[in-house]
Ligand binder design. Structure first.
Ligand SMILES: C[S@@+](CC[C@H](N)C(=O)[O-])C[C@H]1O[C@@H](n2cnc3c(N)ncnc32)[C@H](O)[C@@H]1O
Length: 259
């Protein structure tokens, strides 16, 4: 794998006064999102149930989780992403399915994928097409999706953005795009994380360390390149200021081993 630049700037620390969390030396966190057994709850269920609101990284940085946004309907701030989905779209880590529903409402065929039981239940209540599977499991239509969406921090899934983007590239049709939400210019961070409530409480499974990553707009070219993709479009600085959100579109490089 290409060696990537380390994170260059500290990410906004939500609560700098909080004691730095300690990731135990013997922590086993390279096995994906912890769950309570096949079909059981996962760490994100506590967030979706409103019991965890923050993601605590092993380096002490605490990030807010946009739990309410996941539950709400899609809105104008999702416009950049939604407007670029013109055909069959796969939303990896779709959560409660707001983007899947918004795309279906626009007449765009869309399928969500998520490991969280609670997310699946909410998707089904909303009428969103969804599969209760891991993004790295065998999925329908591999190699035929026109768009794969990684929204709201989901580039962190699995803790290895290059591996996740390679996975997305394999899911794409030849001219398809991966649509990724990025953080502001924070480089690339990869490591262990766990979830806590607003008052720092750990809720059972949610407190288990799991692999995660954060990717900034300034590091996406390098990460995309290592995955055989290239950035073809980015949200404008005006859009980023207006919505507080940053997106980009990636396409497969024509000459890349394995394509
Ligand atoms: C940030 S939340 C989802 C937000 C949603 N994309 C949105 O914009 O409303 C992350 C989601 O990814 C799901 N997830 C985490 N790891 C996953 C994996 N390996 N495969 C599929 N889904 C995963 C979690 O269950 C959770 O619902």
């Amino acid at each position: 794998m290409t060696s990537l630049s380390p994170m260059t700037q500290p990410f906004a620390v939500v609560d700098a006064a909080r004691e730095r969390p300690v990731c135990p030396a013997d922590v086993v966190w390279d096995e994906g999102v912890p769950d309570a057994g096949p079909g059981g709850p996962t760490v994100f269920d506590a967030a979706l149930a409103g019991r965890s609101h923050r993601l605590v990284r092993a380096d002490g940085v605490v990030l807010p989780l946009a739990v309410q946004r996941w539950q709400d309907d899609a809105d104008d701030d999702d416009g950049w992403l939604l407007e670029r989905c013109h055909g069959a779209t796969l939303d990896l880590g779709c959560g409660p399915g707001r983007l899947v529903v918004a795309l279906a409402d626009r007449g765009v065929p869309a399928l969500g994928v998520d490991v969280s039981v609670r997310a699946i239940e909410r998707c089904l209540e909303r009428g969103a097409a969804v599969l209760h599977q891991d993004a790295f499991d065998r999925l329908p239509g591999e190699g035929r999706w026109e768009h794969v969406v990684l929204a709201d921090g989901n580039i962190g899934i699995g803790g290895d953005p290059v591996a996740l983007l390679r996975r997305c590239r394999d899911l794409l049709a030849r001219d398809g795009t991966v649509l990724v939400e990025l953080e502001p210019d924070v480089g690339l961070w990869q490591g262990a994380a766990h979830l806590v409530s607003d008052d720092g409480q750990v809720d059972g499974l949610a407190g288990t360390w799991f692999p995660w990553a954060v990717l900034g707009a300034d590091a996406v070219d390098e990460v995309a390149h290592a995955a055989g993709l290239r950035v073809t479009e980015r949200s404008s600085p005006e859009d980023i200021v207006a919505t507080g959100r940053s997106f980009c579109a990636l396409r497969a490089c024509e000459h890349f081993p394995g394509l």
